[in-house]
Every structure is written in C-alpha cells, then in structure tokens.
Design a protein around this ligand. Structure first.
Ligand code: BGC
Length: 526
C-alpha cells in the first residue's frame, strides 16, 4: 500500500543540538510575516460588507444590496465582478512578486526578502488607508500583494532552515499561527470599525494594515540570516558560528558539512527553475504544485474572505454576521495550536488525513442545512435560532479541521521537502499556485454561489475527498527527518523511487516500512 508508508531511511541522522531560546524567539519574530497575509485575508470580507465602503467605491453593489434589487434570491445578492476584483487583485500581485522574491531570497538572503515584503505591504496599507477613488484602492492592493508575495516566499523557508529538525514542524507552524492571529485581529477591527458613526470605519480597517507591516519590518531587521543562506552566499565561517549559536552546541560539524555539501550541489545548478522540471525532482514538483492547489480547493477561503457576506446570505443580520465571522476567526486561531503541539509527535500524514475527513463531513452537513432551507430559489423564509446554530457549529468544526491540517501543513510540507538547489524556486511555485487559486476562489466564489447555490459546498467536498486520497497514497512521512536528508524518503517510497533513483545507483538502506494499518514489514536492503 503505497500511501501508508512511514519511512526510516538509513540516512536518518541525529544532529546534536537543542531548541535554544534564541531559535525559539527568532522563529516567533520571523513568523510575524504571516500577520500581514492574515490581516489582509481577514479585513477584505468585512470591509466589502460595510455599506459606507460600498457606497463610496462600489455604488452599484450598494444599491443592489440596500434596495434589494435583484429580488429576494439570497444566493445572488452580492454577486459583483468589481467587488470581487477588489479582494482578488492582491493575489495576482502576490503571484508575480513571489517569482522575483525567489531570486532575491536566493541571492541576497531570506532576511532581505522579508524586510522588502514588510516594506511593500506598508506602502500598500498607507495608499489604501488614504484612498479616495477606486484606482487608489487597486494600487494599494497591488503593493499589499507584492508584500505578501515576498513574505510568503521567504518566511516558511527561513523557519524550516532555522529550526532543529525535531521541532521543525512546530516552529514552521508559527507562520500559520500568525496568519490566523492576523485574520482574527482583522475580524475584531472590522467588528468595531463597522460601528463607527462617521462612515470612515473602512478607512481605519484598511489603514491599520500598517501595524502588522511595521511589526514585521522591525522584527526582520533584527533577525540573523540562516546558516544555509550564509553558506549559499559563500560566508562559510559566519555560517558555522551561526549554526553553533542556534543549535546551542559546539559540535555542529556533521550538520555543517551536510549544509556545505548541499550548497556545493546547489552551485552546480545554474537554472533552478529548469532543474525543478527535471525527472529527479518530480515528487517535489508534484507536491509544491498540488498541496497549495488543494489547500485552496478545500474552500476555506470562502469563509475567510466572505464569512460576513456568507452569513448575511444565509439570513443573518449585519451584526450577527460580523459576530459569527469573529467566532470562526477564534476557532481558526485556537485550532492551529493543536497542530503545533502534535505535528512533530504524530506526524504530517495523520493531521492531513484526519483534517480531510472532518472537513468532508462538515461540508456535507452544511450543504444539507442550506439546501433544506434555501432550496434552489434562495428564499429561506424565517430562519429559526436552532438552524443558525447548527450552521455556525458545522462551519466552526470545518474551520478547525482546516486549521490543524491543510492550513499549516500547506506551508510546512512544501518548505521542508525541497533540497537547497531548488528550494527558492520550488517555494515560489508553492506561493504562486497558492495565490492563483486564492485569486480564483476570491474571483469566482460569489458567482459560484449564485450558480451552484447550496451545491457549492459539494463542489469543494469532492476536492477534499480527492486530496485526502492523494495524501494517503503519495505523501511519505517527513516528521523527524533533517531537511538536507529528505532525498531519502523519495528513494524509499514505491511510487517515487523510479523518479529519483538512477538506474545504476544502489537503493537506500531502508530500515523499515511501517504500514498505517499497524502492519509492519521489515525489509532488508532491496
Ligand atoms: C491559507 C490561506 C487561508 C488561511 C486561513 C492559510 O494557510 O494559505 O489561504 O486563508 O490559511 O487560516
């Protein structure tokens, strides 16, 4: 059974070192990069549901909503191309920026990319906060997008390189944690600014994006670069010293040697993008493409971008909608902690699989609830309290499932499976695919809601089903394997072996294959 294999390859080294306070703090600071991404995800939905914002920038949508033009069909109430463009334009900019970020991250170091990311985001926040017309809104969002592109390209890589391999999962997930804190902060801010009497609440919501940007810029300026990046740029001595400091031990020779070897290999490669397409890197290419694709096709961002709009659509009042999106924000944030505490103990696969099943069940329940009440014509009549409660609970359980599986793992796994020579390029593919499909969901969601009606969540559940099988069959466990040793897991995996092992090369000394159904098969050297 291909998928159920946990591999302990002979190359599984145990570098000495511990989780030092320095690394812990460094990772928390670097993870702040997630704040800017999260803040933006959380703020757009609330802002686009504020009447004063709509009246000023999107009067057509405002009229449609306020005057109930378009009838009582709740499914199509908010469908406006210009409005969705506001939310989704950022992701196009992020997608382009992440490709440039790959070059900067590789040649100038992770830290420079992070500082640049924060600075671009800051410019975007200022332009948006001062916006007087639609053009300013879009320009601001382009800057915000570039900031997100740079930050998302560099931060996960930085975290995975800094962390001792035994704690890599948890430390990398600080990134997701700060995404969720950013989303929650934005939800809270929207909740208060929407009540402002002067009609300028949206301005505060958009302008306050400057705060996470400033935190991230200052934090990044204080951070050291990773040993991997220093070696990559020829600063060997400094790198060894850095490694000693962050591992908290004198003897880092073995890890250092492996990093140097990885760097020598990496230097031989002049075109990392082309290299990533070669057969040898097929498993990495597949995962850095499909993991972000599937992460977005879980449908999570329907809730993150449009929770207030969605809750309004299914009959909640203005206040109740913002309140409910606040609740999903809290669940999202709290559930991420579960993955931080479990990922290095139980591994990535368990979380991926459990989260997938949980999301699937909730999507079916949500579909039934909305279908029963709204039918195909979208006229629900009176909504009882118990009904609203069931929908909110199902959405919260779904959000929790995402928050401890595909959310954090969608950033962790791609960043830890890439060898140094294609790490920056591969991470850009990850960010770009993520952004393309984030854009896609933001763009088409309102249209899809109008066309698919209550069947919308069935659409996503089909993908959730597919992605769970995909992980089960194809992803080997990456827990507890040093990042520069990761090549071994593909050599020992029945599906990926033929791509990565040269015909003449001896296969790795695979110690054991452990089947998920508790069946253990001991194998000798094949
Ligand atoms: C995803 C975002 C999503 C967020 C929700 C992230 O991992 O990339 O698209 O909005 O999680 O917490």
């Amino acid at each position: 059974m291909a998928g159920g294999i946990v591999i302990a390859a002979s190359g599984n080294k145990g570098y000495p070192g511990k989780l030092t306070g320095k690394v812990f703090i460094t990772c928390i600071v670097a993870a702040m990069g997630g704040l800017i991404f999260g803040y933006d995800i959380g703020i757009s939905g609330g802002v686009t549901s504020m009447p004063q914002f709509l009246k000023k920038f999107f009067p057509d949508v405002y009229r449609k909503e306020e005057l109930n033009i378009g009838g009582t069909n709740q499914y199509c109430k908010f469908n406006s191309q210009t409005l969705t463009m506001f939310t989704s334009s950022l992701y196009l900019a992020a997608l382009v920026a992440s490709c440039f970020a790959s070059i900067v991250t590789r040649t100038c170091g992770r830290k420079i990319s992070m500082v640049l990311g924060g600075s671009l985001f800051l410019v975007g926040a200022i332009v948006n906060g001062l916006a007087t017309n639609r053009l300013m809104l879009y320009i601001g969002r382009a800057f915000l997008g570039c900031g997100v592109g740079f930050a998302n390209q560099s931060v996960p890589v930085y975290l995975s390189e800094m962390a001792p391999y035994k704690y890599r999962g948890a430390l990398n997930m600080f990134f997701q944690m700060s995404i969720t804190i950013g989303i929650l902060a934005a939800n809270l801010i929207n909740y208060f600014t929407s009540k402002m009497k002067n009609g300028n609440g949206w301005r505060y919501s958009l302008g306050l994006a400057a705060v996470p940007a400033i935190i991230f810029i200052i934090g990044s300026l204080c951070l050291p670069d990773t040993p991997n990046s220093l070696i990559e740029r020829g600063k060997q001595e400094e790198a060894k010293e850095r490694l000693r400091k962050i591992r908290g031990v004198e003897n880092v020779d073995e890890e250092f040697e492996d990093l140097v070897n990885a760097s020598i290999e990496s230097k031989k490669i002049k075109h990392p993008w082309a290299k990533l397409l070669s057969r040898k890197y097929r498993p990495q290419l597949i995962f850095v493409t499909f993991i972000p694709f599937f992460q977005q096709l879980t449908g999570m961002n329907v809730f993150m971008f449009y929770a207030p709009v969605l809750f309004k659509t299914i009959g909640f009042g203005n206040k109740a909608s913002l309140m409910s999106s606040l609740i999903t924000g809290i669940v999202n944030c709290a559930s991420t902690l579960v993955s931080i505490f479990t990922v290095d103990r139980f591994g990535r696969r368990v979380l991926f699989l459990e989260g997938g099943v949980q999301m699937f069940i909730c999507q079916v329940i949500i579909t039934i609830c909305i279908g029963l009440k709204f039918g195909v014509n979208g006229n629900p009549g009176v909504l009882e309290n118990w009904y609203a409660l069931v929908v909110v609970i199902a959405i919260c359980v779904y959000v929790a499932g995402f928050a401890w599986s595909w959310g954090p793992l969608g950033w962790l796994v791609p960043s830890e499976i890439l060898p140094l020579e294609v790490r920056s390029a591969g991470q850009s593919v990850n960010v770009s695919v993520n952004m393309i499909f984030t854009f896609f969901i933001a763009e088409v969601y309102l249209e899809m809601m109008c066309v698919f009606k209550f069947g919308l969540f069935i659409f996503f559940s089909v993908f959730v089903f597919g992605m769970t099988i995909f992980i089960y069959k194809l992803l080997p466990e990456t827990k507890g394997i040093p990042i520069e040793e990761m090549a071994e897991i593909w050599k020992a995996h029945p599906c990926w072996r033929r791509y990565v092992v040269d015909r003449n090369e001896k296969p790795p000394n695979v110690m054991s294959y452990e089947m998920t159904e508790e069946v253990k098969i001991e194998t000798k050297e094949v």
